[in-house]
Write a protein that binds this ligand. Sequence first.
Ligand code: UFG
Length: 319
Amino acid sequence: MKLLVTGGAGYVGSVVAALLIEAGHEVVVLDDLSVGHADAVPGAARFVRGTLREAAAEVLGEGGFEAVLHFAAKSQVGESVREPALYWDRNLGESLALFEAMRAHGVHKIVFSSTAAVYGEPEAVPIPEDAPARPTSPYGQTKLAIDGVLTEFARMYRFGAVSLRYFNVAGAHGRFGERHDPETHLIPNVLRVPSGEVPRVDVFGDDYATPDGTCVRDYIHVVDLGNAHLLALTAAEPGTHLIYNLGSGSGYSVKEVIDVCRAVTGHPIPVSVGPRRPGDPAVLVASSERIRADLGWKPERDLRAMVADAWAFARGESA
Ligand code: UFG
């Protein structure tokens, strides 16, 4: 299939673009490089630099596209609290421009990169897709709003849409990995200690109501996550908007993650326990039963594999 990948210079977008190419698809990446990196775009993909508002209509106007995989977004919870207008504009506004361009050029199939942040503080875990969506940040609100638009476009314009709600994505795929600036995610931050970049890692609170007092999250390997996108492409049906959680269904605490990092790197990784980070729920674990049942997807790579692949990527050993 000829596919448009928005945000294909970012972490998840570049991994999925690489997996699509490996599966034999033709990929065009559209990315404005506001967050991503040009050298993260797979060599076999055609790269167009631009925003969705500027360039989506022109690119799709070439013709031949069968579907869009939409990753381009701002994705930092804390930044979204400080700059909500930026998030509404860049996430919802740019997405609307993309969907209108798809409509104009008769491309109706889309896989959308959504997030566990749409659920906010959960009432119960594991979280199913029909749990109340009460996002606690503008980031989560914008992603939920885009889900709402996709539901409407499926109803009105026969879009076949699939939203994938990611839990904690980690790991790398060869030379495609995580390079955020600033980095806020746990595993790459922990690995900065054995890399020699920082002397210790900050643990944001150890007084949560969890077994060891640190927050519990559901980590999923970026390749397992990417494979779900390939399945979702085949599942997108005109007139339907499917929503699936993507997690492993198992939770690991911050301390457990650091222990795995110690085991993988052989480094003692000193920690410094500080105050809680505002907005962090104690436990976020997905129920991914729906995508397992509907599409036969299941995660195959455990936390140790995520850390090992992230570590190889951090050391530049995976090129
Ligand atoms: N943490 C630390 N030290 C760090 C970084 C993180 O202790 O240096 C802790 C956090 O407080 C949290 C856990 O590690 O308890 C995981 O934090 P991440 O930032 O790696 O991930 P989050 O669970 O906060 O965020 C993820 C996604 C977001 C999404 C959110 C939903 O990355 O995109 O889940 O709540 F919005």
